[in-house]
Design a protein around this ligand. Structure first.
Ligand code: KG4
Ligand code: ZN
Length: 342
């Protein structure tokens, strides 16, 4: 089975060709970073127009790299939500047009399900597994029991963790996109233990997250160090603060995961892997902290390769394959969904 996947829900335009034998035949991603950088964040209208401008060419490139024509496809999958609706519409309409013209099945994929199932594409992970899904818009702990069978063990009560990275980057004057820039700054820190930040929810019952207090604490330090109201932080202050922030996030995530592991094991005594997915899963400090945690609990740890952690279309094609082989597809009047909980 060969499926074309399309991803347009945020600021990456992406197309990929994937087979049910877990072969990624093509995977092209065009970042709109330069279009949004002057505004310090993603501008939905600009994103939608850029998707419209580039998607056709990217699909052609992916098909060319895969060495196939539309006639070789078994289905077309596109992100149907959640996300910035203008972009989602561009991807869904393009997929529907190809499906209609070629008489192919169309699968509307939940973007979060794309992240959630990536580890099955890259590492053939078996159900059930415990998933920490950490991206720009989401921060959840899920027991993944099957395709379409997700049990939520915890979620954020305020900011998503990627959002916390992005806001912290702004406070530190690092710019956009925040996650990778905070990680680079943290790696340059000369005194990473200099600042102690509060650890929201640490030790509290349940598996929920909270990051807004952490962001406020960073702001307070920045103010004290003279980095607000037109002032500029010294490089050393900035890098040490970035390191403190990143270490705190890693510790909070590990604490929440440890609780979720206990609950997961109660429900699934046969065990399962600890999987991390979503853009923040690209962070090496967080990956290594979680890998230690998994080892402590004697669970296999799976983190997809960095480029499949951030937004891409291979994960959408793969989720489409998983749904399609269960006999599922969507009608051509499927309405794009700005919100779509897993
Ligand atoms: O999954 P993703 O590409 O898009 C969403 O679906 O949200 O995640 C993007 C988020 C952004 O907040 C970005 O700052 C964060 O993932 N991110 C990182 C890193 N790379 C991306 N956060 C921390 N460290 C990174 N290396
Ligand atoms: Zn994403």
């Amino acid at each position: 089975m060969i499926v074309l996947g399309i991803e347009t829900s945020c600021d990456e335009t992406a197309a990929a060709v994937v087979t049910d034998a877990r072969e990624i035949r093509a995977d092209v991603v065009l970042s709109q970073l330069d279009d949004h950088t002057p505004y310090g964040g993603v501008v939905p209208e600009i994103a939608a127009r850029a998707h419209l401008e580039h998607l056709d060419g990217l699909i052609r490139r992916a098909m060319g790299e895969a060495g196939i024509g539309f006639g070789d496809l078994d289905a077309v999958a596109a992100t149907g939500g959640p996300g910035l609706i203008g972009g989602v519409i561009v991807g869904v309409m393009t997929a529907k047009a190809i499906a209609a013209a070629r008489g192919l099945p169309f699968v509307a994929v939940n973007h979060l399900e794309g992240h959630a199932l990536t580890a099955r594409l890259t590492d053939n992970v078996a159900f059930p597994y415990l998933l920490l899904l950490v991206s720009g818009g989401h921060c959840q702990l899920l027991a993944v029991e099957g395709v379409g069978r997700y049990r939520r063990l915890g979620t954020t009560i305020d900011d998503a963790v990627g959002e916390a990275f992005d806001k912290t980057a702004k406070l530190l004057g690092l710019g956009y996109p925040g996650g990778p820039l905070v990680e680079k700054a943290a790696a340059r820190a000369t005194d990473p233990a200099r600042f102690e930040l509060p650890r929201p929810m640490l030790g509290r019952p349940g598996c929920d997250f909270s990051f807004s207090g952490l962001k406020t604490a960073v702001r307070r330090h920045v103010e004290e160090l003279g980095g607000m109201a037109g002032g500029v932080l010294s490089d050393a202050d900035r890098d040490d603060l970035a390191a403190a922030f990143q270490a705190t996030v890693a510790e909070v995530l590990a604490d929440r995961c440890a609780r979720a592991i206990r609950r997961f094991k109660e429900d699934h005594p046969q065990g399962g892997a600890l999987v991390v997915a979503g853009g923040v899963a690209a962070n090496k400090a967080i990956r290594s902290r979680l890998s230690i945690l998994a080892e402590t609990h004697r669970m296999p740890f799976v983190a997809p390769p960095l480029r499949l952690c951030t937004d891409n279309a291979a994960m959408i094609a793969w989720a489409g394959i998983e749904r399609f082989r269960m006999g599922e597809s969507d009608p051509l009047n499927f309405a794009p969904r700005p919100r779509w909980p897993l």
